[in-house]
Design a protein around this ligand. Structure first.
Ligand code: HEM
Length: 527
């Protein structure tokens, strides 16, 4: 081979050590001085290939893309470029998950109900759950059925009963976090909304007592935030190294600490409940019913005939529910601040509906402009730019593409911003989906909780988010308290740019807002 480098050696390195992000990290792009704009100056695309191409035949762009950490920084641009290069066909891309087969949105309908494709299976592939403290993440990957059943069945069934308790928690949370200032005050908004969501979710997941327990609130918030940070850190490293390097990162240490602290809070509550049940039965009375996720867990695990660890289960719920809801809540609030006329129209709608319906089941359904606003924010900025599925058995797609067991496919979300699907797709139009409701046959399609191939902010098909009905209610109730009670503006020169890492995107945690108490048209706390 003389001086030339055998491409097979590259291939061997990549395949054996899942090299991409090891190299990436060591030669991190900051050190390499290169940035995302580099992509525009190169005569070839970085890091993606058609299904037929063998990258070892032309390794330079492929490896360069990997070394430059291009995907982590500019997945959005890369998806756009790849779409032009491989219109309507699958292609391959290198990511922190190794190589994935990328499908265009149009194929989502074809794969959405395929039992060989799993959402939670992708979590196991990433091997982060093997690090001590990340047991809930592992349990998602290996054992996520309980949380899905509870979200789909019990949580959705309980919706009509939880509006009032959720509103009570929201009232407490806004008072604790914002107070009642009559002058404008500046505040970083993410921690406020995280606390609000944690309190509201905890009320339904664990009952009233723990929803007010400061130690539990600290645990649920810190755990979810640090799990996310830990995943971002670890995803820079080769998959096979991840289980062994968790101790390097402070967020992983905190994850471990808070997992243990969670146990210290929840186990005594479970013991107390068991004693109450024993005492009731001994006295010949019916066993008490605990109508929260702790109680549902006991009931459903009996039906499934499986033992589950209660702390792990609760922290799974925290991980799937709290960050996601906080993130969307923040994005909606920021969009409304940037569109004050729509904010006022939403507020008017809330006041009108609440005066008419109180917290009756119909109330949240009747907030149709609000529903449209949330869906519009999610259309433009979903949490995932590509939905993910692990392949649990060899699968042949309609175009003949074979995806092998153990590999991974991702589905590009581009139809959500495709001009052929939505007029002026880059423009945020709060009433877009409200208008869509009046079009024949589209009334259901336009609702926040409906998923389809043109809008899959909550995913689509077999693995569409089962918590979306609850999340939608929680978001609407939070926004009622935030908008009816306060005026909002952006703090001068604050940064509202979305944070992107790979295919994930999140509201900016540094965003600051101004707020002050307003004279409310109705006393929402006394409904
Ligand atoms: C605004 C808040 C939320 C957003 C944006 C969100 C988004 C998502 C997305 C995009 C998926 C993947 C779907 C797919 O790939 O097809 C998902 C799955 C899931 N979500 Fe949510 N979610 C939210 C809140 C919740 C809540 C509150 C819960 C539970 C209480 C929950 C439980 C789950 C579960 C269990 C899955 C896995 C479903 C499966 O694999 O079958 N989510 N979510």
């Amino acid at each position: 081979m003389g001086n030339s480098v055998c491409p097979l050696n590259y291939k061997w390195l990549v395949k054996t050590f899942m090299l991409p992000n090891a190299v990436t990290h060591v030669l991190s792009s900051e050190i390499l001085f290169l940035n995302a704009d580099m992509n525009e100056t190169l005569p070839f695309p970085l890091s993606f290939l058609s299904l037929e191409e063998d990258w070892s035949a032309n390794p330079v762009p492929y490896l360069l893309g990997i070394v430059l950490d291009e995907y982590r920084k500019s997945a959005k641009t890369m998806l756009q470029d790849a779409r032009k290069q491989y219109p309507n066909r699958p292609y391959r891309m290198t990511t922190e998950f190794g190589e994935v087969v990328m499908l265009q949105s149009e194929l989502f309908d074809e794969v959405r109900n395929n039992p060989n494709l799993s959402f939670f299976g992708t979590v196991a592939q990433e091997r982060i759950g093997e690090i001590p403290g990340f047991e809930p993440v592992a349990a998602i990957g290996h054992d996520g059925d309980l949380v899905k059943i509870i979200a789909r069945k019990q949580l959705t069934k309980a919706l009509s009963q939880v509006s009032t308790p959720l509103s009570e928690e929201a009232a407490d949370a806004v008072l604790i976090n914002l107070g009642e200032p009559t002058e404008w005050r500046e505040i970083a908004i993410t921690p406020v909304l995280l606390d609000l969501t944690a309190r509201m979710s905890s009320r339904v997941f664990l009952g009233e007592e723990l929803a007010k327990d400061e130690e539990w609130l600290k645990i649920t918030k810190t755990y979810t935030v640090d799990v996310t940070k830990g995943i971002i850190q670890l995803s820079r490293y080769p998959v096979n190294l991840r289980p062994y390097i968790g101790w390097l990162f402070p967020e992983c240490r905190r994850v471990r600490e808070y997992y243990t602290r969670g146990r210290n809070v929840i186990e005594p509550v479970m013991r107390k409940r068991e004693e109450m049940t024993r005492a009731a039965l001994a006295a010949g009375k019916p066993a008490p019913v605990f109508n929260d996720a702790l109680g549902w867990m006991v009931q459903e695990s009996k039906e499934l005939g499986k033992e589950y660890d209660v702390v792990t289960f609760q922290l799974i719920l925290s991980v799937v529910a709290i960050n996601t809801t906080t993130d969307l809540l923040q994005s909606v609030l920021i969009d409304l601040i940037q569109h004050p006329d729509t904010m006022q129209a939403v507020r008017d709608e809330m006041v009108h509906v609440l005066k008419q319906d109180g917290w009756k089941k119909s109330a949240l359904y009747n907030m149709k402009l609000l529903d449209s606003v949330i869906k519009e924010t999610q259309r433009i900025r979903p949490i995932f730019m590509a939905m993910r599925r692990s392949v649990e058995a060899d699968t042949v797609l309609s175009d003949g593409t074979v995806v092998k067991k153990g590999s991974r496919i991702h589905i590009d979300t581009h139809r959500m911003v495709d001009p052929h699907v939505y007029e002026s797709p880059e423009e945020w139009k709060g009433n877009r989906f409200l208008e869509m409701r009046s079009q024949p046959g589209k009334e259901n399609l336009a609702q926040l909780v409906t998923t389809n191939v043109d809008h899959f902010g909550f995913g689509h098909g077999l693995h569409a988010c089962p918590g979306r009905f609850f999340a939608a209610n929680e978001l609407k109730i939070s926004l009622c308290h935030l908008l009816i009670k306060y005026d909002w503006e952006l703090a001068p020169e604050t940064d509202t740019n979305v944070m992107r890492v790979g295919f994930s995107q999140r509201a900016n945690p540094t965003t600051k807002v101004l707020f002050r108490k307003r004279t409310a048209e109705l006393d929402i706390d006394s409904i």
